[in-house]
Design a binder for this molecule. Structure first.
Ligand code: PLP
Length: 402
């Protein structure tokens, strides 16, 4: 046998290759690990966000003059059941994209009426990022249970004014700062973020680049130019983002109309330029923050996202109209809606009848099942001094009052 001088070299190379082949792969950027966060979220959940259906409410529209129709963008079809999925993903992706190579996202904090908390907590679950949400105590408890069930932490905070340090948004901001101070002491590049959906413009941008284009495309496919887009405001991200997009892209531009519940200053801001509402008069206010059964909408301050609105008009909606509309939609279309959707529809019908008609688009913000403890609870509604609509309501007469 002739000795091959290259044999030891070949043997070494072969063993090195075998070692490499059976070595554990390096941790993937998309796997959850405390020291590695992906630069963009891509999960089964995140990939289902957006591209929601838009439907015509034919039965409800039949109560209007023939030239009018109401269309509903079903944001309730997002995987978390609300349009908040869109902005939670938008805000998280913008945080992840801003991290330095030596940093990782440790935790996020948010002040929310609940829906944004559900979306954030669900998106954080595969990231190994702790999600804490601070919620006011006047919201439906089902939302809090949902957040906890996916691993989020919930701080229920007594309802108070934004000027108070114990307001849910201020508590969330403070907790994020305290966590960051701890992380800084530890070293290791951990980052804690206050998401700030009210002022974070990733919210506006998300609706400008996704919800707005979807609505325009869906209405163009139906060859139905949009006469008006009607929407309530919580952070103001939807009405401002969609409103600006539609007015930039459609000619002639649609009317952008705000739907505002009692106690909110947004209506005054749109109609008079003054962020004030009658319900703020001393001795008339029932709660510190605002005076409505509506959840997730209406505010006692103007937010960074709402400042970008291009509304030309606003409809002030009463709580009784919200209750009545919820029952009317159930009877005519078989849809169980929530309070903000009912508020949107009251203003949409008002706009269809008085604002010039045509195709009025509004939003189904979430699902009625989130509201069974409040809007769909007779005891709760009557306890608020409101009337539970009976089977005898003459809806045509009721519609004339809008
Ligand atoms: C159920 C529901 N509807 C409507 C809105 C308002 O949407 P936006 O925050 O984009 O103004 C919110 C906001 O939190 C909400 O939770």
């Amino acid at each position: 046998m002739v000795d091959d001088p290259l044999a030891p070299v070949l043997q070494f190379c072969l063993s090195a290759l075998l070692v490499l082949a059976f070595q554990k792969p390096p941790p993937s950027r998309s796997c959850s690990s405390s020291s590695s966060t992906p630069s963009i979220i891509s999960t089964a959940y995140s990939r289902q966000i957006g591209s929601t259906p838009l439907i015509k409410l034919s039965n409800l529209s039949s109560f209007l003059p023939p030239s009018c129709a109401i269309f509903l963008k079903l944001e309730s079809h997002n995987p978390g059941g609300t349009g908040k999925d869109r902005i939670a993903l938008g805000m998280l992706n913008s945080v992840l994209a801003s991290l330095e190579p030596h940093q990782h996202l440790d935790s996020i904090f948010e002040g929310t009426s609940g829906s944004t908390g559900i979306s954030l907590a669900t998106l954080c679950a595969p990231l190994n990022v702790e999600c804490t949400v601070c919620v006011p105590d006047d919201q439906s408890p089902t939302k809090f249970a949902q957040i906890e069930s996916v691993g989020g932490k919930v701080h229920v905070v007594p309802t108070s004014s934004i000027s108070s340090p114990s307001h849910y948004v201020n508590v969330a901001r403070r907790l994020a700062e305290e966590r960051q101070a701890k992380l800084d002491k530890q070293g290791g590049g951990g980052v804690s973020v206050f998401m700030d959906q009210f002022n974070n413009l990733a919210n506006f941008r998300t609706h400008f680049t996704t919800t707005g284009p979807e609505i325009l495309q869906q209405m163009s496919d139906r060859k139905a130019p949009i006469s008006a887009f009607v929407m309530s405001a919580g952070t103001g991200g939807t009405v401002a983002g969609v409103g600006n997009y539609l007015c930039q892209q459609q000619s002639p531009p649609p009317r952008i109309v705000l739907a505002d519940p009692p106690g909110s200053v947004f209506h005054g801001t749109v109609t008079t330029g003054v962020a004030y509402t009658q319900e703020q008069k001393e001795a008339t206010i029932r709660k510190h923050r605002y005076d409505t059964i509506c959840e997730g909408i209406g505010l006692d301050r103007v937010t960074g996202n709402f400042k970008r609105h291009n509304c030309c008009d606003s409809v002030k909606v009463t709580d009784q109209q919200v209750v009545d509309m919820a029952h009317f939609v159930l009877r005519t279309e078989g849809l169980q809606i929530g309070s903000s959707t009912a508020c949107n529809l009251v203003a949409a019908l008002h706009e269809a009848k008085r604002g010039g008609g045509g195709n009025v688009v509004t939003v189904m913000c979430d699902q009625g099942k989130n509201h069974i403890q409040r809007l769909w609870n007779r005891e709760f509604i009557e306890g608020k001094g409101l009337v539970w609509p009976g089977a005898q309501v003459e809806w045509e007469k009721w519609l004339e009052t809008l």
